[in-house]
Design a protein around this ligand. Structure first.
Ligand code: NAP
Ligand code: MG
Length: 490
């Protein structure tokens, strides 16, 4: 394994600043945020906690940049810049992956995939820049009507800590493709790669001020960004509670929002499922990123005929999982912070108090080589009532809630029995049952016989409390343009 010291040497200097108007803005007299390695608790870097004034400065710079050289670029030139950004990020993927692993704890192999995905967003949307066409509308012989797409203006991006870099680029790549400018507020826990990225964008030729990053606390910098009257669209990924605050703030100046919020996503395993295929898929769906993915398959709804056999298999495989520091490429890394670890411990302890049966796990995990890290055991909580807290609330940790059911109809009813509606999966050989499920489940994405199999070009977002709007794919462009309709009387 690469040691933390070796990784830090390979990375070189970590950011200790934010980035506004092409300038490093360092701590000065500001408060600070501490950026720690969740695998060891080690302090990696200290950055400025941006103030309301810093946000106002960044927004004014981004507003001015809307009228600068950025606006004069031909669509193909803007597309080329995005493509170059993707290429540059791919070329530096190994270095960025080390940063993502140290900052967020994820296994290095997963960090590489998410950095490559971050780069792919630029390349995907690069190809769209010169294809953002309008329409013409027939109004008879004496009139001509057409529509054109124009940028919405300054866009704000408030980003969570679970997949830090690719959550930034899945927002700013389509925003830039549509000709907007951006101010990014990364999560206080994981700001490093976002700051590095903005420097990289300017190195490949994106004009100064088109993208700015204000590091800091959500309650101050994030709130100020959502409230700023010159921010015309806010893209947010995170918790439901914060999403509501952002929508309230946006309402005051009638900005639009894209909200990608939490989930308690059902994963149905019908009696006829191929368990050799389903078992690793169930484990990946819930344990990937230590369960800290909004769309994790956390409610396992199982037909009774296979319930015991499947739980035995899951417990055996869970107990065999290697847990460790992300740099050692384990099966599962740490949680993001001690705060998140305590949240997960709280869920487990309350469940024990209610007499819930854990087929495995349920406790913080000891990793001898990294005792300062925030590790939790892969956990299978069995025989969960569909209304129990473990079937209703987002844990955001490696905890699977198993709910046995008697029939497909009951499985579908239980699947829809939450306030969320982000993702849903099913394993079955029965195409009719799979399609009945796909048509009746209230979820933004449905996975049949392969959870999380859609990649980064398929639209992604939630029904109900899981959010508003779509990111990724062509649908991910919709939020970033206004339509101007022009009617000419001849
Ligand atoms: P959060 O509060 O929703 O944070 C997400 C982002 O919003 C961060 O950048 C945060 O800044 C910022 N923020 C916080 N308060 C804000 C405000 N009033 N106005 C504007 N921005 C604000 O999430 P969290 O507290 O880190 O995690 C709590 C729970 O959220 C998790 O346990 C999980 O259930 C859920 N979550 C969901 C996702 C997802 O992918 N949907 C991702 C992360 C978390 P700070 O970093 O400074 O707080
Ligand atoms: Mg960190």
């Amino acid at each position: 394994m690469t040691s933390i010291k070796e990784a830090l040497e390979q990375i070189g200097e970590l950011p200790t600043h934010m980035w506004i108007a092409g300038q490093k803005v360092s701590i000065g007299s500001r408060q600070t945020i501490e950026c720690r390695d969740p695998g060891s608790g080690q302090l990696l870097s200290t950055l400025p906690a941006g103030s309301k004034d810093d946000v106002a400065h960044a927004v004014s710079v981004a507003k001015a940049a809307l009228k600068g050289p950025w606006a004069d670029l031909l669509p193909k030139e803007r597309g080329r810049l995005l493509w170059k950004a993707g290429e540059a990020l791919h070329a530096q993927a190994a270095q960025y992956a080390l940063v993502e692993t140290l900052d967020s704890g994820k296994p290095l192999q997963d960090a590489k995939v998410s950095v490559q995905r971050a780069a792919d967003y630029f390349m995907y949307y690069a190809g769209m820049v010169d294809k953002l066409e309008g329409t013409s509308v027939p109004l008879g012989p004496n009139k001509v009507a057409y529509t054109e797409k124009v940028p919405v203006g300054v866009t704000g991006h408030i980003v969570p800590w679970n997949v830090p870099l690719s959550m930034v680029t899945r927002g700013i790549a389509p925003a830039l493709a549509c000709g907007n400018t951006a101010v990014v507020k990364p999560a206080e826990d994981t700001p490093l790669a976002a700051v590095m990225l903005i420097e990289l964008l300017e190195e490949v030729g994106v004009p100064v001020g088109v993208v700015n990053v204000v590091t800091g606390f959500g309650s101050e910098a994030g709130q100020a960004l959502a409230e700023h009257p010159d921010v015309r669209h806010i893209t947010f990924t995170g918790s439901v509670a914060t999403g509501k605050k952002i929508m309230h703030a946006a309402a005051d100046h009638l900005a639009s929002v894209t909200l990608e919020l939490g989930g308690k996503s059902p994963h149905l395993i019908l009696g006829d499922a191929d368990l050799d295929r389903a078992t690793p898929d169930i484990l990946a769906a819930v344990y990937k990123n230590a369960g800290q993915i909004c769309s994790s398959g956390t409610r396992l709804i199982v037909e009774k005929a296979i319930h015991n056999e499947l739980v035995d298999r899951l417990a055996e495989k869970s107990e065999a999982m290697q847990i460790g520091h992300g740099l050692s490429n384990p099966d599962m890394g740490p949680l993001i912070s001690n705060r998140q670890l305590q949240t997960v411990v709280g869920f487990a302890d309350r469940a024990k108090g209610r007499g819930i049966d854990f087929a495995c796990g349920g406790n913080p995990a000891r990793v001898a080589s990294n005792q300062g890290g925030y590790y939790f055991e892969p956990t299978v909580a069995n025989n969960i009532d569909p209304d129990d807290e473990l079937a209703q609330k987002e844990v955001f940790g490696p905890v699977l809630s198993v709910i046995p059911v008697a029939s497909v109809d009951e499985a579908i009813e239980v699947a829809n029995n939450t306030d969320y509606g982000l993702a849903a999966g099913i394993h079955t050989k029965d195409i009719t049952a799979a399609m009945r499920f796909a048509k009746s489940v209230e979820a933004g994405q449905v996975y049949i016989n392969g959870y999380h199999s859609s990649g980064d070009t398929v639209p992604f977002g939630g029904f109900r409390d899981s959010g508003i709007g779509r990111e990724k794919g062509l649908a991910g462009l919709d939020a970033y343009s206004e339509t101007r309709a022009v009617t000419i009387t001849l």
